[in-house]
Design a protein around this ligand. Structure first.
Ligand code: EPZ
Length: 420
């Protein structure tokens, strides 16, 4: 697997623009099955998860191409409801294609996506919600076979505000007869982006961003031959760049973002002693030479502190003043970066979903391994601040969610070399 060599004690400066959100483009690509029109997607991040999702759409009979700054997708020729097993396992979050395939074809067949590095990733909320929409769900030898030829709108209450289950059910309900109300829905900004896209396709979806989402038939609008949509900015990539500046005691302007999507992250950076000038679509950060103590971080569904930012804030805590407590409430196995930070000299005590971190003066560059997407990104920014050189292995994980993270960081003062 590829690796990166990072020169430590970097000084970050200048300005960086942030691209489209991975966790928005993926459900929206699934949603292209709900129209025969061509979709022009702007601000699409060129990351491996996107190419995997596009391969799945192609396997289903859809077509796509990149031209200029846009991705064009047309699934009018899609002709199968059977998801390719190998590609579906490669991209476990493709499970939320179930809803769009059911809305398109009335049937769907996929393999159990299985767990991943950060947890078991069960899908019971997805399947029980589909059954409430009158979808029959049969599980045979690792495959899930759904029949939703007579989907009917209903009231669905999610036991947990699952992002993927909310997205799956929004898309499935768009193909159902009658009104669906999803309560205890996820409130992430990516859900709002999916709703905006569904409305452009003519589906009457309202309430995204709140805990109650209503899907009720069609809108009385003319749908253009080419439906255009710009993906919202990636709040996690933006947070990662801000954390890079914070851990290096530097200043940086992060632009083309939506600060309102990042309130909890910005609040923690302020708690760490960073000065933030927040504009309409940018944030300028000035970090102190030594970060102040961040006493407690608890990951929660949006608008709580995002689990996807936990590894990067963990990195900051390893070199901040005082002692920090991080509680990971969302995924059961999302501290795999802790032993790697320990190799760099961090002082960490971990009990199940709680990590206690006593800040040290500085980390030492050494050889570490990325164990998942965001943990890998956190190791890279820790390497920027460490004394000496840090080698990060398994960086294919990082490429799933960052478009050449080394180029992004080198453009603002880092010295990182990728070795394939
Ligand atoms: C989405 O995953 C994101 N992925 C994740 O981003 C993100 O961490 C997560 O939401 C939480 O914000 C995409 O959007 C592609 P969940 P998802 O369903 O939908 C449990 C990244 O790094 N659960 O909200 O899978 C589940 O086990 C990735 O970009 C059930 O118990 O997240 C977990 O503990 C990582 N049963 C919790 O809910 C279910 O049926 C949150 O999962 C579904 C979920």
């Amino acid at each position: 697997m590829a690796k990166m060599i990072i020169e430590g004690r970097a000084k970050i400066s200048g300005e960086i623009s942030i691209g489209g959100a991975k966790n928005s483009i993926l459900p929206i690509l699934a949603c292209t099955l709900l129209t025969d029109r061509t979709v022009r997607i702007k601000n699409c991040p060129k990351i491996s998860d996107v190419f995997n999702m596009l391969n799945i759409l192609k396997t289903l009979g859809g077509n796509y191409y990149f031209e200029g700054d846009s991705l064009y997708v047309n699934t009018a020729s899609a002709d199968t409801y059977v998801m390719p097993p190998d590609l579906s396992r490669e991209l476990r979050s493709s499970i939320f294609m179930l809803g769009s395939i059911l809305a398109r074809f009335g049937k769907a067949c996929c393999v159990y996506p299985g767990g991943c590095e950060i947890g078991n990733r069960p899908i019971g909320l997805h399947l029980s919600g589909l059954q409430m929409l009158n979808v029959s769900v049969n599980e045979e030898e690792g495959s899930i076979i759904c029949n939703g030829e007579d989907m009917r709108g209903t009231a669905i209450h999610l036991d947990y505000p699952s992002v993927g289950a909310t997205e799956n059910l929004m898309m499935a309900a768009s193909g159902a007869k009658g009104k669906t109300i999803i309560t205890n829905a996820a409130r992430e900004p990516e859900i709002e982006d999916l709703q905006a896209f569904l409305r452009k396709l003519g589906y009457n979806v309202n309430g995204a961003g709140t805990s109650t989402i209503e899907i009720d038939g069609r809108l009385n609008i003319n749908i253009p031959d080419v439906v255009e949509h710009k993906i919202i900015s990636d709040r996690i990539v933006a947070g990662t760049m801000l954390c890079a500046a914070a851990i290096c005691g530097s200043s940086l302007n992060v632009k083309d973002i939506e600060p309102a999507h990042m309130s909890s992250t910005l609040s923690k950076l302020r708690e760490a002693g960073c000065t933030l000038d927040i504009g309409r679509s940018d944030v300028h950060i000035t970090a102190p030479d030594r970060l102040r103590e961040i006493r407690m971080i608890e990951t929660l569904p949006h608008p709580g502190f995002p689990t996807d930012m936990q590894p990067m804030l963990f990195a900051l805590c390893t070199v901040a003043d005082g002692t920090s407590i991080i509680v990971e409430n969302v995924f059961e196995n999302r501290f795999k970066h802790a032993p790697e930070f320990t190799k760099m000299g961090a002082v960490i005590t971990q009990r199940d979903r709680t990590a206690i971190i006593r800040g040290v003066k500085h980390l030492r560059g050494t050889h570490v391994t990325a164990r998942d997407l965001r943990g890998g990104a956190a190791l890279v920014i820790a390497g920027l601040a460490a004394w000496g050189y840090t080698t990060v292995d398994n960086i294919d994980f990082i490429d799933r969610g960052y478009e050449r993270i080394e180029n992004m960081l080198n453009s603002i003062g880092a010295n990182i070399t990728r070795i394939n």
